[in-house]
Ligand binder design. Structure first.
Ligand SMILES: O=C(O)CCC(=O)C(=O)O
Length: 274
């Protein structure tokens, strides 16, 4: 079976700003991802589990370089890249990833947001592949996306909610979107949802007895510049990452801007945990 998105799914992507493909990670790849997550959690026990930022890059002083290489390999799954290519074109730059693991009963909510609010990329462009490691359900806080919110490529007004214990420090202001457009997207382990940088999304707290973990991979097109001078927030209260030093990886095609820097950050990423 062809793993690529059908014309119908591509139309859904254009209309909604997100799409769930038929393709799922094969069992061995899913097991590799789940195993890497277990090791990551054991290696960095003080990091908030909703904020395990870019595990595909070695953390400075981090004890487990091979673990980061394994995550990097998981960002290069050819079928996932083929789907990303359908959505952002043949020039694909990996610039970020993040584990969002919400522990049973204590997993914090992800406030409504558009990723573009936080990221130093111009023109603003990225597709996220959010891959479920655990089964995600309405009960354990599956992703919720606002259909059509990417239309018009407009960043909505975000307000600070710093200090309120959510997984991010800003939230879309009331009235910016219609609650009727919210779609809950439950996923089986290995299933994934792709969404656009402008698509509003969030998740409730995990009050269930089941962990809800996913791996979000960020791919931008080679036509976009990762601007290391631009000052934007990390998006989280308790994890500070310096986005200006983030390593970029050209996975397919070319850097059409000729200005993206693929050397900075490859010796490690500084992560400070409060
Ligand atoms: O997994 C979550 O709760 C949030 C994911 C998210 O905000 C993202 O991948 O941009």
């Amino acid at each position: 079976m062809d793993h690529r998105l059908s014309a119908e799914r591509l139309a859904a992507w254009t209309r909604d700003g997100f799409v769930v493909p038929d393709y799922q990670l094969p069992p061995a790849t899913l097991a590799a991802l789940a195993g890497a997550l277990e090791e990551l959690l054991a290696t960095y026990p003080r990091m908030p589990t909703e904020g395990l930022v870019s595990p595909h890059i070695r953390y400075l002083g981090g004890p487990a370089p091979d673990l980061h290489d394994r995550f990097l390999e998981l960002c290069r799954v050819p079928e996932v890249l083929d789907i990303a290519e359908q959505l952002i074109g043949p020039d694909i730059i990996l610039w970020g990833s993040r584990i969002f693991s919400k522990s049973a009963r204590t997993g914090r909510a992800t406030p409504w947001h558009q990723d573009g609010e936080y990221w130093p990329i111009r023109p603003l462009a990225t597709v996220t592949a959010w891959i479920a490691i655990d089964a995600t359900t309405p009960a354990n806080g599956c992703l919720r996306l606002v259909a059509g919110s990417h239309q018009g490529k407009r960043l909505m007004r975000h307000e600070s909610i710093a200090g309120r214990g959510a997984a991010l420090d800003k939230e879309i202001a009331p009235g910016e979107f219609d609650a009727g457009d919210v779609v809950e997207v439950p996923l089986a382990p290995g299933q994934m949802v792709f969404f656009d940088v402008y698509t509003a999304h969030g998740a409730t707290a995990n009050t269930s007895g089941e962990r809800r973990a996913g791996f979000a991979i960020r791919y931008m097109p080679g036509s976009a510049l990762y601007d290391r001078e631009m000052r934007v927030g990390s998006g989280q209260d308790d994890v500070q990452t310096d986005l200006s030093e983030r390593a970029l990886f050209l996975l397919r095609g070319q850097d059409r801007t000729g200005r993206n820097d693929f050397e900075i950050g490859h010796d490690g990423m500084r992560v400070e945990v409060a």
